[in-house]
Design a protein around this ligand. Structure first.
Ligand code: PGA
Length: 243
C-alpha cells in the first residue's frame, strides 16, 4: 500500500520539522511490509524533507513542475531542479492545478515529458467534477484525461495514477466503496490499453480520505494506496490512515 501525503500550500518550517519527526518515529516503524510513504511538501521545503528522509524508505515529491526544461519562466520550478534535490516524485494533473491554473491535456503532456526527462516518477491525478458524476460521464472524463499518456514522447514514463473525484477533495464526501472499486478497475483496464502502459498498474484513491474511512477504502482489491490531503497535516490522523 502506498501512502502519499499532499501537504498542498500548508505548514511552515516548524510544522515540517515536527511532522517529519513524528512520521519517522511513529509511522514508518509501524508500516506493514510492502507499504511505502511518499511526502509531497511545498516546493520550498522539498530539499529539507528529502535530506531528512535520506537513509530511510520515505520518498519525497513535488506537487507540480514546470512544462519547460529551463529559461525565462519567472516563479517556475523545473523537473530537473526537483530531481536535483534527490526527490523521486512529482504530482501532475492535480485538480487544483487543472481548476485554478487552467492546466489542460496539452500542457500536462509537456509537464509529463519534462518530468520523464528529469527521471522523476509521476503521480498523475485524474477525476471528474460533481456535474460529471451526476450526469454519469465520469468514465468519458477519465478516458480523456488519461489519453495524454498515449503521447509518443512518454514511452517508458514511470507513473502511477491517483483517482481523485474533484467533488470529494476537501469536502468530506466520498463515493460509495463500490463506485471507487469500479472506477479503479476501469482505470486499470484503460492503462492496459494505453500506448505507454506502466510497469505496474498502480491506482491510488484520493479525496477526503480520513481515519474513519481509510480502512474500508484500503480493503478494496483495486486500491493500491491513498493520496491524502487535509488529514496528512495531522500526524495522528495520518498515522491512523497508514497503520
Ligand atoms: P483531501 O485532498 O484529502 O484534503 O480531500 C486530497 C488531494 O487533493 O490530494
Amino acid at each position: 500500500m502506498i501512502y502519499a501525503a499532499n501537504w498542498k500550500m500548508n505548514g511552515d518550517k516548524d510544522f515540517v520539522n515536527s511532522i517529519l519527526s513524528q512520521i519517522k518515529d511513529n509511522i514508518l516503524p509501524n508500516l506493514s511490509d510492502g507499504s511505502s510513504l511518499i511526502l509531497c511538501p511545498p516546493t520550498i521545503y522539498l530539499s529539507d524533507v528529502t535530506d531528512r528522509c535520506k537513509n530511510t524508505s520515505i520518498q519525497s515529491g513535488a506537487q507540480d513542475c514546470s512544462a519547460h526544461e529551463n529559461g525565462a519562466f519567472t516563479g517556475e520550478v523545473s523537473a530537473q531542479m526537483i530531481s536535483g534535490t534527490g526527490a523521486h516524485w512529482v504530482i501532475l494533473g492535480h485538480s487544483e492545478r487543472r481548476q485554478y491554473h487552467a492546466e489542460n491535456n496539452l500542457l500536462l503532456t509537456d509537464k509529463l515529458r519534462t518530468a520523464h526527462n528529469a527521471g522523476l516518477k509521476v503521480i498523475f491525478c485524474v477525476g471528474e467534477m460533481h456535474q460529471h458524476y451526476i450526469e454519469g460521464t465520469t468514465r468519458e472524463i477519465l478516458k480523456d484525461q488519461l489519453s495524454v499518456l498515449n503521447d509518443a514522447s512518454l514511452a517508458n514514463l514511470n507513473y502511477i495514477i491517483a483517482y481523485e473525484p474533484v467533488w470529494a477533495i476537501g469536502t468530506g464526501l466520498v463515493p460509495a466503496l463500490e463506485e471507487i472499486d469500479l472506477i479503479h478497475q476501469f482505470i486499470k483496464t484503460l492503462l492496459k490499453d494505453t500506448a505507454n502502459p506502466p510497469k505496474e498498474r498502480t491506482v491510488l484513491y484520493g479525496g477526503s480520505v480520513n481515519p474513519d474511512n481509510a480502512k474500508d477504502i484500503k480493503s478494496l482489491a483495486s486500491v493500491d494506496g491513498v493520496l491524502v490531503g487535509g488529514a496528512s497535516l495531522s500526524s495522528d490522523k495520518f498515522k491512523q490512515i497508514c497503520i
